[in-house]
Ligand binder design. Structure first.
Ligand SMILES: Nc1ncnc2c1ncn2[C@@H]1O[C@H](COP(=O)(O)OP(=O)(O)O)[C@@H](O)[C@H]1O
Ligand SMILES: [Mg+2]
Length: 246
């Protein structure tokens, strides 16, 4: 089952006490919220509520002379909040957008990355985090998505590249798996019919995990390109239980 609204999905997550601390502050885009978010966080993400693939996303940063956006829609930064609001409104058109607290992503060998956690439901109704990989972004991009030039990596290798030692890698891996299962259960209690979820999780520079979004129709084909195809096969086996043809 596919469910697109990032805003609705975030509200579901916020209802769960153990999940709340993993959710970056997220609010609908409007002038008042833009002011509030930029006076609270040094970096704010502007994202289409129904977007995918890292398209249509803008990162806003407060600088001394105003507000800088990336990618730039016009050459110079916006000198005032009113100017910025006008620019973003023009960019979004009639589409609904949200504002999200910017997370400073950990880097592996100098490149920012986030983590995809695949969570699938068995025929017996149990949620299992079946596979994890990392999405390593292009240095000049604000999103790590495949369509933005990001490439896939293995969790262990990526975390080694970020300076993590084996013990803390195993701890993070376990925490990510638990997070996946908790989100699966949470989604179940809001709407029936979910069988698979793909979490986009950010690891920040302090080692904290943040759920950036939950995909309800996660792509499986990119996993094919990870060498050995072990993770791909595991996902596919689980997906056959609910009749997804890959
Ligand atoms: N709040 C944020 N802080 C830092 N990076 C973000 C944030 N939101 C999104 N990103 C970056 O943009 C990518 C795409 O955002 P996401 O919410 O997953 O939208 P999409 O549906 O387009 O994939 C993320 O994988 C991450 O690299
Ligand atoms: Mg995403």
């Amino acid at each position: 089952m596919s469910f697109k609204s990032k805003w609705q999905k975030t509200k579901w997550l916020l209802k769960h006490r153990n999940l709340r601390r993993h959710i970056p502050r997220t609010v609908p885009f409007n002038r008042k919220n833009l002011r509030m978010m930029l006076s609270t966080y040094p970096i704010v993400y502007f994202k289409p509520t129904g977007g995918t693939g890292g398209f249509g996303i803008i990162r806003i940063k407060k600088i001394t002379s105003g507000y800088q956006t990336k990618p730039q829609t016009v050459k110079s930064p916006s000198p005032t909040l009113g100017h910025l609001h006008k620019k973003l409104s023009r960019f979004s058109g009639r589409k609904a957008y949200l504002l999200q607290q910017g997370i400073s992503l950990a880097k592996t060998k100098g490149r920012p990355f986030d983590i995809r956690v695949m969570v699938q439901k068995t025929n017996k109704g149990k949620w299992i985090s079946t596979a994890m990989c990392t999405k390593i972004g292009k240095p000049d991009k604000i999103a790590t998505n495949y369509h933005q030039g990001g490439r896939l990596g293995y969790l262990h290798q990526t975390l080694v590249g970020a300076g993590y030692k084996i013990k803390s890698i195993l701890r993070k891996e376990a925490a990510l798996k638990r997070l996946g299962v908790t989100v699966g259960k949470r989604f179940d209690s809001n709407r029936r019919g979910f069988r698979e979820l793909g979490l986009d999780v950010a690891l920040d520079t302090e080692g904290k995990l943040w759920i950036l979004e939950v995909n309800t129709r996660p792509a499986i084909y990119p996993w094919k390109h990870l060498k050995g195809r072990k993770l791909y096969r595991r996902i596919r086996t689980a997906a056959r239980q609910y009749g997804r043809v890959t």
